[in-house]
Design a protein around this ligand. Structure first.
Ligand code: PMP
Ligand code: GLN
Length: 401
């Protein structure tokens, strides 16, 4: 006899398979160029892969300490100091996690009481909504303003409306979960915006959690952690991971840097989510973070060129596209080629055009303002991007109109 009561608890029943898995499955099924799920095609730097081999050969097969191996916590602290001038104590302020995803989950589960409000930017990365819901907290979305639609050509950037953020704060607000560089819009928050956000956090006693996994993928301006702004080091959990910077998204080595009381809270939940993971890979990420600064800068330069290749290709194909300031992604308006419904375009394109993408509507509650926007990933070699653009060029011929 089957189980009578549905196995998944009601509050999680609205979460199906992630849009990334869905679109990658379509890409694989149809042999499409996968500009959907954001993962690089290339391997991590050879020295980093070699360090992983060495760690396996050296017998690093057993549990790491719960907060992470001391060498990696020290390397993360050095990284924060070298890049941002942030002083974090590797023993009391750094926790190694199973990707940024676990760092976000551990933090939210640690600090949110049922009914607490968590502010997030919308479009919203799907894992945030799920984990806020698991924590029993209430998600409060602050919509970013999409670039204006209009004549074909380069669209301007997405914008954060600070008044809208301020207006969303209530006495129940506990935490601001900020993602900059922002997936999927490519928005990178600037110093004056971060200062205004910091002021709101201080004024309303909010904890800030920052997802900075694209910190080394910034093309216009510079990445600034919120924790560098006045009053924020005391109340911020700064999260990142090795996946994007070192092209090892499958390794799931992430970290959270936070002042001792917040770190203690994060470690409490983290130890019961996974305890510790990926011991040999933790050793390899020590080597990765020890690479010369120029190698990390080069990652940004390579991706700036790829961003331009894809943006220019899409513009030439008559698809208005924002030139993302950061991340792996551009957003493009497929209404110009006859698709008012970007989700329908994304379900159609893998088989019909041989290209996979992700609809921006998957990241929002009300799809109307972003219905025709589609996210394309450019973390791919030139020839893959060229082929993707070439195939997309045929979209107009197939327009549903
Ligand atoms: N945050 C954002 C904004 C992402 O785009 C992703 C996807 N890589 C993650 C977190 C997941 O990071 P990790 O694989 O380190 O868990
Ligand atoms: N962060 C990746 C993206 O946005 C996907 C991660 C995942 O598949 N969960 O495309």
């Amino acid at each position: 006899m089957t189980i009578a009561r549905p196995p998944l608890v009601p509050r999680l029943q609205r979460f199906g398979t992630t849009i990334f898995s869905e679109m990658t499955a379509l890409a694989v099924e149809h042999g499409a160029v996968n500009l959907g799920q954001g993962f690089p095609d290339e391997d991590p730097p050879a020295a980093v892969v070699a360090a992983a081999h060495q760690a396996l050969d050296a017998g690093h097969h057993q549990y790491a300490p719960g907060p992470g191996i001391p060498e990696l916590r020290a390397a993360i602290a050095s990284h924060q100091r070298a890049w941002y001038g942030l002083a974090v104590d590797p023993d009391t302020e750094v926790t190694v996690t199973f990707g940024a995803t676990e760092a976000v989950a551990a933090t939210l589960l640690a600090v949110c009481e049922a009914g607490d409000e968590v502010l997030v930017l919308e479009p919203t990365y799907d894992a945030y909504t799920a984990v806020i819901t698991m924590a029993g907290a209430r998600e409060v979305r602050v919509p970013l303003t999409p670039p204006p639609t209009g004549p074909e050509g380069e669209r301007t950037a997405w914008q954060l409306d600070l008044d809208r953020l301020a207006a969303a704060i209530t006495p129940r607000s506990r935490l601001l979960l900020l993602n900059s560089p922002h997936n999927p819009t490519g928005l990178v928050l600037k110093a004056d915006e971060l200062d205004a956000i910091a002021q709101l956090c201080v004024d309303h006693d909010l904890i800030a959690v920052t997802d900075e996994v694209y910190e080394h993928l910034v093309y216009d301006g510079a990445h600034l952690p919120l924790a560098t702004r006045p009053g924020m080091a005391e109340r911020t959990v700064t999260i990142s991971s090795a996946g994007k910077t070192f092209s090892c998204t499958g390794w799931k080595i992430g970290w959270a840097c936070a002042p001792p009381p917040l770190t203690a809270a994060v470690r409490t939940t983290k130890q019961f989510l996974s305890f510790a993971g990926g011991t040999p890979l933790q050793h390899a990420v020590v080597a990765a973070l020890g690479l010369p600064r120029a190698e990390l800068t080069a990652v940004g330069e390579v991706h700036r060129r790829r961003r331009d290749l894809l943006t220019d290709g899409l513009l030439a194909a008559g698809v208005p596209t924002t030139r993302a300031a950061g991340t792996y992604f551009v957003t493009a308006d497929v209404a110009a080629i006859g698709w008012e419904d970007g989700a329908a375009f994304c379900r159609w394109a893998p088989a019909a055009l041989g290209v996979a993408a992700v609809p921006v509507s998957a990241f929002v509650e009300d799809p109307a303002p972003v219905a025709s926007l589609v996210r394309f990933a450019f973390c791919k070699p030139d020839e893959v991007l060229d082929e993707g653009v070439r195939r997309l060029g045929a979209a107009r011929l197939w327009s549903p109109r």
